[in-house]
Design a protein around this ligand. Structure first.
Ligand code: SAH
Length: 252
């Protein structure tokens, strides 16, 4: 069996217990070496065969996984954050389907949430924003026209931009053109949960200049929205007066 495992955002202890347990018994490990913390590999058995996938073609990765599983071995495929967000797992799964190899997915802590933790913020705030948009600027990988930043900006929801640190200036211009006001709170977080983590907070109109000054152009997430403001809204979750119809079960 192949396990696609979310390795978490960086800090080695942000992998799940389930991910750790599989890693400890895996005979073959493929890992995304550009963003996954190598410290996590200390969990591997000494005899495990370990492959960094950075310079490895998809076909080769699949070949290694298929061969291992066919000879009865457990394969761990480590992805950064959670595998479901820009993980490029679909193409691997399709190839494993073709080869008749079974697989499962173990979720991980996405960098999106490590960034929210670094900012000590909630991405949703009562009466401010109850919607989070995860997206990216169009780069080498195009974005469907219906998801252009300018259009998404019209919602003025909390917007989380991955894979875009080198495209900030254009992205911010689109967000401003689309409806966010220039003073909307924005934060750029570089390598959240790593020792070299950096946090920049400015109004939206100033964030790309601040990024340039701090020399941040990769491995960062931009979050934009009024939810980042230190406003004093209060949810009904811990309200002392029970109002009929409020917070029944999951409805908060
Ligand atoms: N599956 C991953 C995202 C992969 S896309 C996840 O769930 O986190 C890669 C992008 O993730 C980077 O361009 C950057 O925007 C973001 N990223 C990954 N790790 C990060 C970290 N520790 N801090 C800030 N951004 C990070």
């Amino acid at each position: 069996m192949v396990y696609f495992i979310g390795a978490g955002p960086g800090a080695a202890d942000l992998i799940t217990l389930r991910g750790k347990a599989i890693l400890e018994r895996a005979e073959v490990i493929l890992w995304a070496d550009t963003l996954v913390n190598p410290e996590i590999l200390n969990l591997a058995r000494p005899a495990a065969r370990i492959y960094p996938t950075g310079g490895m073609a998809l076909e080769k990765q699949v070949e290694v996984m298929v061969e291992a599983v066919k000879s009865g071995q457990v394969v761990a495929r480590l992805h950064t954050g959670d595998p479901s967000i820009y993980g490029a797992t679909r193409e691997q799964m399709r190839a494993l389907d073709t080869a008749g190899v079974a697989y499962a997915v173990v979720p991980g802590v996405s960098s999106v949430f490590a960034v929210a933790a670094a900012l000590k913020t909630e991405l949703t705030q009562p009466e401010v924003s109850q919607t989070v948009i995860l997206t990216r600027a169009a780069g080498r990988t195009p974005v469907p026209p219906s998801e252009a930043l300018k259009g998404l900006a019209a919602h003025r929801a909390t917007l989380v931009l991955l894979l875009s640190a080198n495209l900030l200036e254009g992205a911010v211009a689109e967000l401003l053109a689309g409806g966010y006001s220039p003073d909307t709170p924005a934060a750029l977080v570089y390598r959240a949960s790593w020792p070299e983590e950096k946090i920049l907070r400015t109004p939206l109109s100033e964030i790309s200049k601040a990024a340039k000054e701090a020399n941040i152009n990769r491995q960062a997430i931009l979050i934009v929205g009024e939810a980042l403001a230190a406003g004093a809204t209060r949810s009904r979750l811990y309200s002392t007066r029970l109002q009929p119809g409020c917070f029944v079960g999951d409805e908060r």
